[in-house]
Design a protein around this ligand. Structure first.
Ligand SMILES: Cc1cc2nc3c(=O)[nH]c(=O)nc-3n(C[C@H](O)[C@H](O)[C@H](O)COP(=O)(O)OP(=O)(O)OC[C@H]3O[C@@H](n4cnc5c(N)ncnc54)[C@H](O)[C@@H]3O)c2cc1C
Length: 551
């Protein structure tokens, strides 16, 4: 159902007929000019469990929209906005505070423009629903620690999947049909009947259809890490004619791929979920001709004459004329042993997006005071009964963007506990409770908890690098002029280090892994593109230079 409230009967009729013409085959299109009538229709639909996909409402009917959304919390909310691009337009506040998802400006010049927007909004709604067609079926026991990995991989590759508890009739039926019993779980069944028992990442990635081994021995550029920095570098390098291999230890997307909603990436006024943004970039890199290898960790890097040699976990290696390290950061650990033991069983690092559907009606806690914690809390609030954001500091404003602080304050089922640390927690097979220590008065309170998302910053993925790649005290890679400020760095490039060039000439660093990075998707993307430009410069300078002169 697409439901419109417009108090002007003439424009209501126009909108209903425009929407019916394009979407009438797949959706019922209804509307009303009276908010009371509209609410009673929506109430009856909620009672009959009839889903509403879009609620289209004039931007001065926010109270109605809030009540309608309470009845249909999964519906996407679209504001009908009259031409007003001032900062005081009600749409600005409504979208910032999360009271609306999208807007369309009317009158629209061209129906196709309106249809294109509606189609995009509907496709987001469709993605949030249980899929009609499942490419993969996962059969597992509730609380199995492999479930978060399986969900994450499926979500990052946008694979429609169904989850079947082994206790359910459908779960048992699927196992019977595959001739299996419950002794080895989880089981993953592909649409064509291929069965995988307790699959690891490489097996899953292969079943999805991506490469997990490298078939290129020598290339121009090896990129390590497929987050926004690495993927962007792959798009630019491959499109500019460099033979490019990209190696990723898990699957594509990096941290950005786990972000439920990125609102500050240019070009997406209503925001975009990080998984979709990264999936598109990955597809673009592939279409440009990059060789993309997943589930392959880089474990060593050395220089041999003209080449940099990247050693991989499976024992193979890639020889490249230049390298970009874009390995980002890993979440800092909480260090509470009982909670570490429950990672994947109610305790998660990052992962708010792939786990969100499973949080329906749960009591969820998020630790962290940065933007990612704020976004996760807001996203989880759409599903969970309650979300409690736990922060050690005295306020959120010092570390979180003000639009998020305001959105959190305006979301009724999100509570914030400041000056609070998680000192302990536990549960039998899954998280059941947390101990919250109040830093101000030293008291400890035990609270029931269904899930805990930990978002307390990260450490760079640089432990595997040789000492030649100089790093700061936090492990972040020093580049360009910063290298020359370090007395212990002996630069041997034969040229001034280029910006983004590391202590090993011809090896560049991009994104969050770099000292001084500002840890944003857009800056990682900028770094990725810039690094490729510098790789060209480096290769041009060194093409004719014999290796012995280079060192
Ligand atoms: C939940 C969440 C929400 C966020 N929201 C926003 C937001 O709204 N706006 C914003 O601007 N920023 C946001 N950020 C920050 C943003 O995602 C990061 O700044 C950005 O992803 C950094 O990109 P990157 O490519 O440098 O590194 P990463 O995204 O960390 O990617 C690095 C990749 O390298 C891989 N890798 C690591 N080591 C190896 C190895 N040895 N071999 C092979 N591969 C390796 C990793 O698996 C990973 O895929 C968010 C972050 C998180 C976690």
């Amino acid at each position: 159902m697409l439901f419109v409230l417009d108090e002007n009967p003439t424009s209501l009729d126009v909108l209903l007929s425009d929407l019916s013409r394009r979407f009438g085959r797949d959706f019922t299109v209804r509307g009303d000019s009276s908010s009371e009538e509209a609410l009673s229709t929506l109430q009856a639909m909620a009672a009959a469990s009839e889903p509403v996909a879009l609620l289209l409402v004039a931007d001065d009917a926010m109270e109605f929209l809030a009540r309608a959304h309470k009845l249909h919390p999964r519906a996407k909310r679209v504001l009908l906005v009259d031409r007003d691009y001032s900062a005081t337009s009600p749409a600005v506040q409504a979208i910032t505070l999360g009271h609306a998802d999208y807007h369309i400006v009317r009158p629209w010049m061209d129906d196709e423009v309106m249809y294109r927007s509606m189609t995009a909004y509907l496709s987001t709604w469709t993605r949030d629903q249980e899929p009609n067609f499942e490419l993969f079926r996962i059969i597992a026991a509730e609380g199995d620690r492999k479930i978060p990995l399986l969900r994450d991989v499926m979500t990052r590759f946008s694979m429609p999947f169904g989850f079947y508890d082994i206790e359910s009739e459908a779960g048992r039926h699927l196992l019977d049909a595959a001739g299996l019993d419950t002794s080895r779980l989880p089981v993953v069944i592909r649409y064509d009947g291929r069965v995988m028992i307790d699959p690891g990442l490489p097996e899953l990635a292969r079943a999805i259809g991506v490469s997990v081994s490298n078939d290129i021995d020598v290339c121009d550029l090896a990129i390590i890490g497929a987050g926004p920095a690495g993927l962007t570098a792959a798009v630019y390098a491959a499109s500019e004619g460099l033979e490019t291999v990209m190696l990723e230890l898990a699957v594509s997307g990096g941290q950005a791929g786990s972000s439920p909603m990125i609102r500050n990436y240019p070009g997406f006024p209503h925001g975009i979920d990080g998984g979709s943004l990264m999936e598109r970039t990955c597809e673009q890199a592939w279409l440009m001709g990059a060789h993309i290898v997943f589930a392959q960790e880089a474990v060593g890097l050395e220089r041999e004459r003209d080449h940099r040699i990247v050693r991989l976990r499976d024992g193979s290696q890639v020889r490249a004329r230049a390298v970009i390290i874009a390995t980002g950061v890993r979440w800092r650990r909480l260090g509470v042993p009982r909670l570490e033991a429950l990672v994947g069983a109610g305790v998660f690092y990052g992962a708010a997006m792939s786990e969100s559907r499973a949080m329906q009606d749960q009591n969820v806690f998020v630790i962290g005071a940065g933007n990612s914690a704020g976004q996760a809390a807001l996203h989880l609030a759409k599903y969970a009964a309650t979300v409690t954001l736990l922060a050690r500091g005295k306020d959120l404003a010092t570390s979180m963007s003000s639009y998020l602080v305001r959105a959190i304050a305006a979301t009724p089922n999100v509570a914030v506990r400041l000056c609070t640390e998680v000192s302990d927690g536990g549960g039998c097979d899954a998280l059941e409770y947390l101990h919250l220590a109040d830093r101000a008065n030293g008291t400890v309170q035990e609270v029931p908890a269904d899930a805990l998302f930990i978002m307390i910053g990260g450490e760079p993925h640089t432990q595997w690098l040789p000492s030649k790649i100089a790093r700061d005290g936090g492990g972040y890679i020093l580049t360009g002029h910063d290298l020359l400020q370090q007395p212990e760095v002996q630069w041997q490039g034969g040229h001034e280090p280029l910006p983004l060039e590391t202590g090993m000439p011809g090896v560049f660093a991009a994104g969050d892994v770099r000292h001084g990075s500002i840890a944003r998707v857009a800056s990682a993307v900028g770094d990725g593109a810039t690094a490729v430009r510098l790789v060209h410069e480096y290769l041009r300078e060194h093409q004719a230079t014999p290796a012995r002169q280079e060192s």
